[in-house]
Design a protein around this ligand. Structure first.
Ligand SMILES: CC(C)(COP(=O)(O)OP(=O)(O)OC[C@H]1O[C@@H](n2cnc3c(N)ncnc32)[C@H](O)[C@@H]1OP(=O)(O)O)[C@@H](O)C(=O)NCCC(=O)NCCS
Length: 175
C-alpha cells in the first residue's frame, strides 16, 4: 500500500477508470454488467458525490464512486450516498486498496456533511466499514434484502426508525 496514492478522480481519468472497472468485474463470477456505463451515466447526471482513484506508478489501479441518493428518514429528507461501484485491478486485489478507497470515500462524505450511506454488496465485506443490513432493513427499497446495508456516517448518531431509500436515476437505466 505504501506505493499507492489516493486522489479525487478528474475528467481526464474517465478512460482509465472504465478500464479498471471492466477488468475488475470481468474477473468476477457475474462478469461486467454495465458498471463502467453506470459510472458514466451517474457523472453525466451530476450525481457523483465522491469519486476517488488509487494510483500506482501513475497508473490507475482502483476506483470508488459514491452517488447521490434520494432518501427519506423518519419523514424528512436525508443527505445520503450510495457506494457503487468499487473496483480494483485483478492483479492488485487483496492488498488493501479497496479498503483504503472505501475508507477515504467515507471520510470525504463526512466532510460534505452526508449523514448516511448505503451499499448493495457482499455481507462478508462491507460490515468492516460500519455498514449494517439491520439499518438498511429499516428503509423501503427495491434492493431490500441481506445484501442491502447502510451506515450512519457519524457512528454515534441514532438510527432512524424507518424511511425510504432510492438510488440515483442512472441505476434505473442499467440494461
Ligand atoms: C471488492 C474489491 C473492490 C475489494 O478490493 P481489494 O483491494 O481486493 O480488497 P482489500 O484488499 O481491501 O480487502 C480484501 C478483503 O476483501 C475480500 N473480498 C474481496 N472481494 C470480495 C468479494 N467480491 N466478496 C467478498 N469479499 C471480498 C477478501 O476476501 C478480503 O477479505 P479479508 O480481509 O477478510 O481477507 C475488489 O476485489 C474488486 O474489484 N472486485 C471485483 C469488483 C467487485 O466485485 N466490486 C464490488 C461490488 S460493487
Amino acid at each position: 500500500m505504501s506505493d499507492i496514492v489516493l486522489r479525487a478522480a478528474t475528467a481526464a481519468d474517465a478512460e482509465a477508470i472504465d478500464g479498471v472497472i471492466r477488468s475488475a468485474f470481468a474477473a468476477t463470477e457475474f462478469g461486467h454488467q454495465g458498471e463502467a456505463e453506470l459510472v458514466r451515466m451517474i457523472d453525466a447526471d451530476g450525481d457523483v458525490m465522491v469519486s476517488l482513484v488509487a494510483e500506482r506508478d501513475n497508473a490507475i489501479v482502483g476506483h470508488v464512486l459514491f452517488s447521490r441518493m434520494d432518501v427519506e428518514a423518519d419523514g424528512a429528507a436525508e443527505t445520503a450516498a450510495g457506494l457503487a461501484p468499487v473496483s480494483v485491478a485483478p492483479d492488485r486485489q487483496g492488498q488493501g486498496i479497496g479498503d483504503a478507497l472505501i475508507r477515504a470515500g467515507l471520510d470525504a462524505l463526512r466532510g460534505q456533511g452526508v449523514r448516511i450511506s448505503f451499499v448493495l454488496g457482499h455481507e462478508g465485506y462491507y460490515p468492516r466499514f460500519g455498514y449494517s443490513p439491520d439499518l438498511a432493513a429499516r428503509f423501503a427499497s427495491p434492493f431490500a434484502g441481506p445484501h442491502f446495508m447502510a451506515m450512519m456516517l457519524d457512528s454515534g448518531a441514532d438510527w432512524p426508525q424507518g424511511g425510504r431509500a432510492d438510488y440515483a436515476p442512472a441505476f434505473g437505466r442499467l440494461g
